[in-house]
Design a protein around this ligand. Structure first.
Ligand code: DDK
Ligand code: ZN
Ligand code: ZN
Length: 423
């Protein structure tokens, strides 16, 4: 027994040393540019840059998605700035600098004044803080919140759902909402935590929330891509994908929002494992995607709506993204989206665009929203939260509260619509 304990201490010690020694990527002097390609030649130049130097695409999320007439936000490492300025100036392409120093923006995110080692709804919590928060929230609200572990990530962390709703002996219709598909989109898990807080705090006083949670359950997955989220805290703030190993390459990770079985890898996705939009070896090759897809398939008859929360761009999207074809329920999906974004805007004037994915953002196959819709879940929506690129993924913590408050109005609008149209 004594030797087990000392071995454990030794392991813990090396674990801590490994964390302390882990290369934390720094971004001193890196800049984020907004490019405005309006000629084929400009698109070619951007794609060539992506091949020859290290460029991190913020929006769209990979060079494969760059098209004429759509703004491109890219992060350029400091050492390539001279080359990039020369290239851009020769091309005649219009551009602006959105972030002068990425490291300062990374450091500037934590402006909430919240204590760094305690959970807070107005800060970007680490996975261990979120895990502890899940347990305390579930045990403090046993009649309203139940924790469900539905599987494990590639690196062995738990995939956790919170089932929110008034306990009932009969099966209730449900809404499934996930956050944290993409590691660097930190505002997304912050929103799922906020939603749970609002649910438990306003059940019984807010009529809309009370009626919703009496009639329905909401499955909230606070973090889908847990391994990626952890990596974005410990090693690379700009990480997007999962952390799975792919045989035959040293590149790591798959884009989980290209890994679902919906027109898989046909458009707006890459078969190159080094790309940030890598679609994976096969549909559902990622354990996180397979686990969530299995859960939704098993609860297909009760799940009436699917909501997935990303950032940034201020969009509310619905199917399809894998095709320009309009969904069979296009006009209803659009009307609900417009109602939801109007509610969102009413609070602080934040402007959102809504529409089908392919035409509104870019064609992209393998998304969870298209997959859920084709499975038969009619109300399937993807949020792209704040902002429109001023801070991008580095949205300061001081914007968590207003962002979550306005997003609550949109999510409640959709949920209430679904609830009123159940039968
Ligand atoms: O996965 C993406 O590239 C964005 C969120 Se970062 C969403 C794209 C639209 C929905 C794809 N089904
Ligand atoms: Zn995303
Ligand atoms: Zn996004």
């Amino acid at each position: 027994m004594a030797s087990v304990t000392s071995n454990m201490k030794l392991l813990m010690f090396f674990g801590l040393v490994a964390v302390a020694l882990a290369e934390v990527k720094r971004f001193e002097g890196d800049k984020v540019f907004r490019l405005k390609p309006n000629l084929d030649a400009h698109v070619t130049i951007i794609k060539d840059l992506a091949k020859s130097i290290e460029v991190d695409f913020w929006s769209p999320d990979s060079e494969d998605l760059v098209t004429i007439g759509t703004d491109v936000d890219i992060q350029i490492p400091a050492r390539y700035l001279n080359l990039v300025y020369t290239t851009l100036d020769q091309s005649g392409m219009e551009y602006e600098i959105f972030i002068e120093d990425v490291q300062s923006a990374v450091d500037g995110q934590a402006d909430s004044g919240a204590s760094p080692r305690a959970h807070s709804y107005t800060k970007y919590n680490t996975w261990s803080e979120i895990e502890a928060w899940i347990d305390s929230t579930a045990s403090a609200n046993p009649t309203l919140v139940r924790k469900q572990v539905i599987g494990n990530t590639f690196e062995g962390r738990p995939l956790i759902l919170l089932k929110i709703g008034k306990s009932s002996t009969s099966t209730k219709p449900a809404i499934f909402m996930d956050c944290g598909f993409h590691a660097r989109e930190w505002i997304s898990p912050a929103f799922c935590q906020w939603f749970v807080k609002e649910a438990v705090e306003t059940y019984g006083s807010d009529n809309e929330m009370t009626s919703l949670l009496n009639d329905m359950d909401v499955y909230v997955m606070p973090v889908f891509n847990v391994d990626g989220y952890v990596f974005s805290h410990t090693n690379n703030r700009m990480w997007r994908k999962t952390r799975s190993k792919i045989s035959g390459t040293s590149c790591i990770g798959t884009d989980p929002n290209r890994n679902f079985d919906a027109g898989w890898c046909t458009v707006g996705a890459s078969s190159n494992p080094c790309s940030d939009t890598f679609c994976g070896k096969t549909p559902e090759s990622e354990i996180e995607a397979k686990t969530v897809a299995d859960f939704i398939r098993s609860n297909k008859s009760t799940i009436k709506a699917y909501i997935t929360v990303h950032s940034y761009s201020q969009l509310l999207l619905f199917p399809y993204s894998y095709s320009y074809d309009l969904a069979a329920h296009h006009s209803e999906l659009l009307t609900v989206a417009q109602g939801a974004t109007a509610a969102l805007t009413s609070l602080y004037g934040t402007r959102y665009t809504s529409g089908p994915g392919a035409a509104t953002i870019y064609p992209a196959a393998g998304g969870s929203d298209d997959w859920a819709y084709d499975l038969g879940i009619k109300y399937s929506y993807t949020f792209e939260l704040r902002d429109t690129g001023f801070y991008g993924f580095l949205l300061p913590e001081s914007q968590i509260k207003p962002t979550c408050e306005e997003t609550m109005l949109a999510v409640k609008y959709i949920a209430t619509y679904v609830q009123k149209n159940l039968y």
